[in-house]
Design a binder for this molecule. Structure first.
Ligand code: PHE
Length: 338
């Protein structure tokens, strides 16, 4: 028995040393210590030993079992260690790589300009109000003194939704809505989307306007000029020139279009201002007495002025954008620049 045990010791240790994988190692454990294992088998002979031999063989077998299992644990730990290291290597995160930057949102250029316009007029005591984009033809045209045969009503300009219902072509109908439900003094601006059948690099079927309306006793045209001069200087800078050019709108009389000196060429004449040195930014005028009659105001007692500007156009000028369509494509590379 002693010889058998010694043989098992030598062979087991040698085989384990050569084991290349954890699986082979496990098989070896079974080969020696399993229910039908070689060591287990030899130990079955213990019962047949004499009284004197029993403690000697017992001690030796214990010693050999311990030696082999220690070796087994040691090699197993070595395999596990290797496995862990391999895993760590595979799962390694390269902490020297730069992190992914999150894109932060920001205001659209038109929103930025709108906010600026509102802030400037707030400083002059104007309150912001809004009105519907789907509007009665009556408010959009009739109440604004625009005759039935006016070219602006033409199907080519106006989106008709239904008989007597349109997508508003300007923010001016909100003048009527506000005057109908309040009494002077009125000092409001009206930002909002408006719609016309237009499409090229500077015109889209939807664009943004800001309307202004001031109604009170003894309001004069020079006050309109004062307000718009102040606006233009705050918006475009102190050195900007402003010019009032006679014009016609059905709902104001007298009417004027307002130009600022070209901010690109400093009024010398360039492509943007078509060599004129001037850029048109808004329409304006004293409220036509006929408009007051539609809202039951007495034109003998109240006067006022109104103006309307294109926000998209002002944004294009301020930011030097040449194609209006870019504003609505939601390309982050574009939006990020402002
Ligand atoms: N509603 C006019 C337009 O869209 C602008 C305007 C508003 C002119 C108020 C005069 C007074 O062209």
């Amino acid at each position: 028995m002693q010889d058998q045990l010694e043989k098992i010791r030598i062979e087991a240790l040698a085989e384990m040393q050569e084991a290349e994988t954890l699986e082979i190692l496990d098989k070896l454990r079974i080969k020696y210590f399993g229910r039908k294992g070689l060591y287990t088998d030899v130990m079955k002979g213990m019962g047949k030993l004499s009284k004197e031999q029993k403690p000697i063989i017992g001690k030796l077998s214990n010693q050999i079992r311990l030696e082999i299992t220690n070796k087994f644990d040691q090699i197993k730990e070595k395999f596990n260690q290797e496995k862990r290291e391999l895993q760590l290597e595979e799962e390694a995160i390269d902490i020297t790589l730069p992190g992914r930057q999150r894109q932060t949102g920001r205001s659209h250029p038109i929103t930025q300009i709108l906010n600026q316009i509102q802030l400037i007029f707030k400083g002059m005591g104007f309150q912001t109000v809004e009105g519907p984009e789907i509007e009665l033809e009556f408010y959009n045209f009739d109440a604004l003194n625009t005759p039935k045969d006016h070219p602006a009503r033409d199907l080519q300009d106006t989106f008709y939704i239904d008989d007597g219902v349109v997508l508003r072509t300007h923010t001016s109908p909100v003048q009527i809505r506000v005057m109908k439900k309040t009494t002077p003094p009125i000092r409001i601006i009206v930002p909002g989307k408006v719609y016309r059948r237009d499409y090229d690099i500077t015109h889209l079927p939807m664009f943004n306007q800001v309307e202004g309306l001031l109604v009170d006793h003894h309001v004069t045209f020079s006050e309109l000029k004062g307000v718009l001069y102040s606006f233009a200087r705050q918006m475009f800078g102190d050195t900007i020139q402003v010019r009032f050019r006679p014009h016609f709108f059905p709902f104001t009389e007298p009417s004027a279009e307002v130009d600022i000196s070209c901010i690109f060429c400093k009024a010398k004449g360039c492509r943007v201002c078509s060599q004129t040195g001037w850029l048109e930014i808004l329409g304006s005028g004293s409220v036509d007495p006929n408009v007051f009659k539609h809202v039951n105001y007495n034109p003998e007692h109240v006067t006022g002025f109104a103006f309307g500007m294109g926000v998209d156009r002002i944004a294009m000028l301020k930011f030097g954008i040449t194609d209006l369509r870019l504003m609505f494509e939601n390309d982050m590379r574009f939006a990020k620049q402002f």
